[in-house]
Design a protein around this ligand. Structure first.
Ligand code: ZN
Length: 147
């Protein structure tokens, strides 16, 4: 099967990034990447590498199980980024974050306020807790038989 890199797959649930809290996070994220790419890669529009990384970050954002209740990534207890991407995106955020206060003051203040809040423990799947309990119970009964 041939894969065509010039036409990337659409971001799943991209419509979630059009509005609400996720939409504002997406705007902030895109702006951070633009700052970063201009400085490090001299590109006015995003270079291919930054585009790819931004796509990855936006995909994680759109698929965030918290939806518009999403805590900031900094506070989040769900680790949804892969190792390499996590390091790269973190570098972009760390470097450009402070500048965002001047470029998007309202978006940044909202983000900073959210950063003060504790992240919720687990997203919307109500069965997750039950499944975890069942798993623990099964493990406990297993070890009973082993002893
Ligand atoms: Zn770049």
């Amino acid at each position: 099967m041939q894969s065509d890199n010039s036409t990337p797959r659409p971001i799943p649930h991209a419509e979630r990034l059009d509005q609400g809290a996720l939409g504002r996070e997406a705007r902030l994220l895109r702006s951070m990447f633009e700052q970063y790419c201009r400085k490090h890669h001299g590109s006015d529009s995003l270079c291919a590498e930054c585009q790819k990384l931004l796509r990855y970050a936006l995909t994680r954002l759109a698929c965030c199980p918290f939806g518009n209740q999403k805590p900031t990534c900094f506070k989040c207890k769900v680790h949804c980024y892969r190792g390499e991407e996590k390091d790269k995106v973190r570098a972009v955020m760390r470097e450009t974050g402070p500048k965002m206060l001047w470029i998007h003051p309202l978006l940044t203040v909202e983000h900073l306020l959210k950063n003060l809040k504790e992240a919720p423990d687990w997203p919307r799947n109500p069965n997750a807790k039950k499944q975890q309990k069942n798993k623990e119970a099964a493990l406990a009964s297993q070890s009973k038989y082993r002893d």
